[in-house]
Design a protein around this ligand. Structure first.
Ligand code: 13P
Length: 334
């Protein structure tokens, strides 16, 4: 199965698709998990978890992840996983790109989707930058996610204080999508990046999601900052020597609700780091004589896969793989 004759990325992979293709299938029914990865153990856990739960997914590489070892190493691991798990269907996406990094990914021939994050610029400048990236990406059949509004919190090189953070204005969202030509829009709807999200009983602004979705029917919305920061995970980390005080995330029932309202991509990074932290803290605490990286690495791959399986149930993407495969194949044969 091929994604279409216009395709100019990932010529060697039949199963790497664009985020647009994933969203066409998911819209209004479920959301795809967009999981950030940095190393081999995360890649293996991620693919196992998605295959075990029969879910399509998005593998996200941030600027920081591309620089952590070497972008070529990270990309080679994904190419290898594509061979090891021939049944997987996924998109390869740049998370929070600036213009230069977007062009690097578009020209690499490997990414099927990029995010241009010019949300810190003025409305008109954000549109102008996004439009330039869209024009370059669409020439190669690559999808583009843009961002309007600003999430609070810390996401690698992006730091936004609570005072600077602002929800997406639905009226502006409509104009932004029309003028920029982007394929999906990351909206600020109450979440923030990192392990310290809400104070008190705050949650998602469903009124804002509803308003944006009604102005842009059928248009895929993206929710950043979607980690749930599971309390039991935080407790176990702290019991094994960690000091995560007051960490909290998005309630899972709210994620499920958003996934049927036009949110088709749900970004998760922090939760994966928490699993890594808990596994390693407990492993070295319980076996203080061990200095081998592989015993905790093996536990991590299993635990991360379990986390992904659970999250895909929450998103509704679990069990969608065959139906997606069929619709991609009828679109390719049409
Ligand atoms: P979390 O920090 O909630 O995992 O969000 C990650 C994210 O939005 C990456 O773009």
């Amino acid at each position: 199965m091929r994604a279409g004759s216009e395709r100019t990325f990932n010529r060697d992979s039949a199963m790497i698709v664009t985020t647009k293709q994933l969203f066409d299938h998911a819209y209004g029914k479920y959301a795809c998990g967009a999981y950030n990865i940095n190393n081999a153990e995360q890649v293996m856990g991620l693919f196992h978890g998605n295959i075990n739960s029969q879910a399509p997914f998005i593998i996200q590489l941030s600027k920081g992840a591309r620089a952590y070892t070497d972008k070529r190493l990270l990309e080679a691991m994904i190419r290898a996983a594509d061979e090891i798990f021939p049944d997987a269907i996924f998109a390869v996406h740049l998370d929070h790109g600036d213009e230069e990094t977007c062009y690097d990914c578009i020209d690499s021939g490997f990414y099927s989707s990029v995010m241009i994050d010019a949300s810190h610029e003025s409305f008109d400048e954000n549109i102008a930058i996004t439009r330039r990236v869209v024009d370059r990406a669409h020439e190669k059949g690559i999808s583009v996610e843009a961002e309007l509004g600003m999430l609070g919190g810390v996401e690698e090189h992006v730091v936004v204080s609570e005072e600077e953070a602002c929800l997406t204005n639905p009226e502006e969202a409509e104009e932004f999508v029309t003028r920029s030509g982007c394929d999906s829009l990351a909206c600020a709807i109450g979440t923030s990046h990192g392990a310290y999200k809400f104070s008190g009983s705050q949650g998602l602004h469903f009124d804002v999601i509803e308003d944006i979705a009604s102005r842009l029917p059928g248009f895929p919305l993206v929710m950043h900052g979607s980690s749930s920061v599971p309390p039991d995970e935080v407790e176990r980390i702290n019991a094994a020597g960690g000091a995560l005080k007051g960490a909290s995330g998005v309630q899972e029932d709210q994620i499920t609700r958003a996934s049927t309202m036009g949110v088709t991509k749900v970004n998760i990074d922090t939760d994966g780091r928490l699993v890594w932290c808990r596994v390693h803290r407990e492993a070295f605490r319980d076996d203080p004589e061990n200095f081998d990286l592989r015993p905790p690495g093996k536990i991590f791959m299993v635990e991360y896969a379990k986390y992904i399986e659970h999250k895909n149930q929450v998103l509704g993407s679990a069990g969608q793989l065959e139906s997606l495969r069929e619709s991609l194949s009828s679109a390719a044969n049409a």
